[in-house]
Design a protein around this ligand. Structure first.
Ligand SMILES: *Cc1c(COP(=O)(O)O)cnc(C)c1O
Length: 366
């Protein structure tokens, strides 16, 4: 008798999420100094956290003997004001990853169908396995979501449809009108989760909020996060914006204190830190243009990105990943996304971007 026999039969075979490798881990393994290693692997904010958030978190620390506000009142109030929605249109999550899981808890039974793109955020697939749903991975068109094909894949058993815009790992976006048309046509019995983790990087963002405010679509949820543009990935705060009925359901399936007190304080302060958000956007625009120009010079194919990362075709992605890592640059190999010739690099600060290009040239020349 092994524990595997006692576990639910689908659990021992579940795949394990492979995150971007932490700096400390790589430094330890390769005998490098941690400050000599740069991480361009998880689409984090290279400028660091919002300074306003850091100050607010320091103040919040003196009260960590108390449980957090399980209802997240002030953060939801801040978000509601910021977005022009009601407080009861917002559900908080331990990262938007948790919102994804809450959707499965609330809506997905074994055998239900879950639709996403063939190159979508890995968590959709992992949750589908965990909840024994039937995954339906729809082929992409030119590295972008094929929304028509995704719509055609919807049937009576479709419970959840994920559309990340911009998409991770490809960095591509869909046209605003195509997305809105898609949202107008998805059947009412299917929940659509629009994953907007990189929304704030878009120059010309779609007006998806109107599906919540004006159209009051009961089956649409927008997911956003404090992990990317405001630089609070380590805190774990994300949120869903949806109709009241959906929010009420998701609140029933979450842990009472899913977002900790320090995180609530930090996220609320970050909302007001326009300067940090603007700095981040500008730094990203500049860094992305630099990297794309350098990839062009090196005659490396890349996928033009609408986000803060770029997929670039390097030949043997796994090999390049290892070689760069030895030189203290952590990127993300893409074999897990059926893109073995590619790596994904996060746009860093300009010194980080230059270092990436320098090491990339050395490795490719060798
Ligand atoms: C980074 C990312 C998220 C954010 O996850 P958090 O749990 O909020 O840190 C969500 N969706 C996609 C597609 C992402 O790339």
């Amino acid at each position: 008798m092994t524990l595997n026999n006692i576990a639910l039969p689908h659990v021992p075979g579940l795949p394990v999420y492979e995150p971007g490798r932490p700096i400390e881990e790589v430094a330890r393994e390769l005998g490098l100094r941690p400050d000599a290693v740069i991480k361009l692997a998880s689409n984090e904010n290279p400028l660091g956290p919002s300074p306003k958030a850091v100050a607010a978190m320091r103040r919040a620390l003196k009260n960590v003997h108390l449980y957090p506000d399980g209802g997240g009142f002030y953060l939801r109030q801040g978000l509601a004001e910021h977005l022009g929605v009601g407080m009861d249109n917002i559900v908080l999550g331990n990262g938007s990853n948790e919102i994804i899981e809450l959707l499965f808890h609330a809506f997905v039974a074994p055998g239900d169908e879950v639709i996403y793109s063939e190159r979508a955020f890995a968590i959709y697939m992992l949750c589908a396995g965990l909840f024994r749903a039937k995954p339906v991975a729809v082929p992409m068109k030119g590295h972008t979501h094929d929304l028509d094909a995704m719509l055609a894949a919807c049937n009576g058993r479709t419970k959840l449809v994920f559309v990340a815009n911009p998409n991770n790992p490809t960095g591509t976006r869909v046209a605003n009108d195509a997305l809105c048309r898609f949202l107008d046509h998805v059947p009412q019995h299917s929940i659509v989760a629009v994953d907007e983790a990189y929304f704030e990087f878009l120059d010309d963002p779609p007006d998806t909020l109107r599906f919540i405010t004006r159209k009051r679509a009961p089956n649409i949820i927008l997911m956003r996060t404090f992990s990317k543009i405001v630089g609070l990935a380590g805190l774990r705060v994300g949120y869903g914006i949806a109709g009241k009925e959906m929010v009420a359901l998701l609140n029933r399936v979450r842990q009472p204190f899913n977002v900790n007190a320090v995180a609530q304080a930090g996220a609320l302060a970050a909302l007001d830190d326009r300067a940090h958000i603007e700095r981040t956007r500008q730094s990203n625009r500049r860094g992305r243009a630099y990297l794309e120009a350098e990839f062009n010079k090196l005659r490396l194919e890349f996928i033009p990105s609408a986000a803060n990362f770029i997929c670039v075709r390097v030949g043997d992605g796994a090999k390049l990943f290892v070689a760069l890592q030895k030189r203290g640059v952590i990127v993300r190999p893409m074999a897990g996304y059926a893109m073995p010739e590619w790596v994904r690099v996060t746009v860093g600060t300009m010194p980080e971007n230059r270092r990436l290009v320098r090491e990339l040239k050395r490795v490719l020349a060798a």
